[in-house]
Design a protein around this ligand. Sequence first.
Ligand code: AMP
Length: 179
Amino acid sequence: MIGSNDDLKALIRTIPDFPKPGIQFRDVTTLLLDGAGFAAAIERLAFKIEEKPDLVAGIEARGFIVAAALAQRLGAGVLLIRKDGKLPGQTIAEDYALEYGTDRLTMHVDACAPGARVWLADDLIATGGSALAAARLIRRAGAEVAGAGFIIDLPDLGGSARLKQEGFPVHALVEFEGD
Ligand code: AMP
């Protein structure tokens, strides 16, 4: 699944001990600053999508950047999955576990038509908690999760494996092992 994306990997900065000791923060902002690198990342994610989805759903906040660029490239719309309290219309919500406590993602209840095919996008998948909550929201709205794409996968945290168990394709461009 992972091709040779060493050029992209080299553009991702690692900041140790952020936001807390022991975490290797994989900082995608340095890739985003590189016009050719950002374009290549979106092109390679788009290449893996066999059938154009109706919508690309981005998870707040860096996921919005990946989702919007991917949607534009595919000719699809953008669906915003936001943190609690941000969306102005009527929402549905899903909670997911963090290391300490829980967090909540929300979506406008009328954001996708029943039967719509939705591709999920974020900069990075770690435990998969946020992506799985986003997938539950899309399914609750009656839409289909057609697949998920990430620039970065931290495979040791198990999120991409968990997502695959949901029965849709999961693609990532770059892996950092041992995180
Ligand atoms: P998870 O829900 O555990 O899959 O976490 C994924 C979300 O948290 C993504 O939106 C990432 O941007 C962020 N994230 C988690 N771990 C890291 C990390 N080591 N470096 C950068 N971002 C991270």
